[in-house]
Design a protein around this ligand. Structure first.
Ligand code: FES
Length: 108
């Protein structure tokens, strides 16, 4: 099953399979400079907030995702999988690279 993930900040969308984590799908957008970290839930750079839709998650470090965070839909993209079409906001360190526009990227 494949779902559509929408980035709330830019309106961009990407497809993401239910067995593929949200970070892997996001990387296919081809944005330059996304600081991909550990890809295993340990570094926190890929933190996102799910605005709408359902996800499933694997174990995440409490250093980066508190119980409060998790209850509010703030999770690590590399440990989260879509269970429906979803909309998310990037809140981790990779935000400026994922959310900048082409114009900003050229100016950088
Ligand atoms: S890439 Fe390190 S926590 Fe997601």
């Amino acid at each position: 099953m494949r779902y559509t993930v929408t980035l709330a900040e830019t309106g961009e969308t990407y497809p993401c399979g239910e067995t593929e984590n949200l970070l892997e799908g996001m990387l296919r957008l081809g944005k330059k400079g996304i600081p991909v970290g550990c890809r295993g839930g340990g570094c926190g750079v890929c933190k996102i907030e799910v605005v709408s839709g359902n996800i499933t998650t694997k174990v995440m470090s409490r250093d980066h995702v508190s119980e409060e965070d998790q209850a509010a839909g703030r999770v690590l993209a590399c440990r989260a999988f879509p269970a429906s079409d979803i909309t998310l906001r990037v809140i981790g360190l990779m935000k400026k690279n994922v959310c900048r526009t082409k114009t900003q990227a050229l100016a950088a």
